[in-house]
Design a protein. Structure first.
Length: 187
């Protein structure tokens, strides 16, 4: 049996996410927006909760299309607040709309969100060398800088801890344990 990071436990969806997605560098703007939106929704909750609702979020939020989400009106927001398949937090739902608007502004300014967001790690994944789960930090100087920059642009729910979780999920940082079979695959 292959060694893994261990944090997925015995949850099949978490294991599949760890084994196929987490830590793999993402350069597709739509996927980056998806991960940012889901990490925003995670604030104060577990990733397991959000991951198990991801397909519901995909349906509710127009397949994570930032151009559509940026135009959500009060009626659409009200329907999201009535959707039992997602976390119905008014501030987080409103932040998805606000963040989509600013995401589009960054695309216009930089040509892509990818070009903008990867600058925080110098364009290549940061490869850590953690031996235990307890070694993995909740923030980093890079997530601090990302958080500050995104907040300055008007993004919501982008504290340093959320930005670090986003960096992990989008592969800007490789936080697989060095003993994990995925460590050398995430470059």
């Amino acid at each position: 049996m292959q060694k893994s990071c261990g944090w997925p436990g015995d949850d099949a969806l978490m294991i599949r996410y760890h084994d196929t997605e987490w830590g793999m560098p993402v350069h597709d703007d739509r996927k980056l927006f998806e991960l940012l939106l889901l990490d925003n929704m995670q604030a104060g909750l577990s990733w397991r909760t959000i991951l198990h609702k991801r397909e519901n979020y995909r349906k509710a939020f127009d397949n994570f299309d930032p151009a559509k989400i940026a135009r959500y009106n009060p009626r659409k927001i009200a329907s999201l607040l009535d959707n039992p398949g997602i976390v119905r937090n008014r501030l987080k739902i409103a932040s998805a709309v606000t963040n989509a608007q600013h995401f589009l502004e960054i695309q216009d300014e930089f040509g892509s969100f990818d070009a903008y967001i990867w600058q925080f790690v110098g364009g290549a994944p940061l490869r850590n060398k953690w031996k235990t789960l307890g070694d993995i930090p909740a923030t980093s100087p890079e997530s601090d800088a990302m958080s500050k920059a995104l907040k300055k642009r008007g993004f919501k729910f982008v504290g340093s801890t959320i930005c670090y979780a986003f960096m992990q999920s989008a592969g800007l940082v490789n936080d697989h344990l060095t003993c994990c079979f995925r460590y050398n695959q995430c470059r």
